[in-house]
Design a binder for this molecule. Structure first.
Ligand code: MG
Length: 159
């Protein structure tokens, strides 16, 4: 049985704004995340995890930041591309697990909405999707609230 595991990691910095996009959900906040696209760290980490499992590079290879067509892009486009690429290689997503690292906003109240959104984008049932969060005890760049980090792990199995 051919099982693939992939992991992804991403960081985006805070800038002026009134909401953040996390795992496809807009959460009101005192700042926003800055980036070439909508800066959704959760979706970016997850997308890279799938590319990693497929040994197909990273999000920057498939969607170069130098290409103006991806400026302000909604990141579900990237995740959907990775899922479709998995299908082309004969794989489907078995499960996915995302960890968001930040002090604020608090993720818990939004986790179910994020899982529902990820399920909608990927077609994976909600019982195979995990979104969880941790602070970094006020240490480091996430602890100083300079940005948000995300880690993701996925497993793929033959479709
Ligand atoms: Mg990113």
């Amino acid at each position: 049985m051919d099982i693939r595991i992939g992991q992804g990691y991403d960081v985006h910095r805070f800038g002026p704004g009134d909401h953040v996009m996390l795992c496809g959900v807009a959460i009101p906040h005192t700042r926003t995340l800055q980036g070439h696209s909508d800066a959704d760290v959760g979706l970016h980490a997850l997308t890279d995890a799938i590319y990693g499992a497929l040994a197909q590079g990273d999000i920057g290879r498939h969607f170069p930041p130098s290409d103006p067509q991806w400026k302000g892009a909604e990141s579900h486009i990237f995740l959907r591309h990775a899922v479709d690429l998995a299908g082309k290689h004969g794989f489907k997503i078995n499960n996915m697990d995302v960890t968001l690292v930040c002090e604020y906003p608090k993720i818990g109240p939004h986790a179910d909405a994020m899982i529902a959104c990820l399920s909608g984008i990927t077609g994976v049932t909600a019982d195979r999707i995990s979104v969880k969060a941790t602070t970094s005890e006020r240490l480091g760049f996430t602890g100083r609230e300079e940005g948000i980090a995300a880690q993701a792990i996925v497993s793929l199995v033959a479709a």
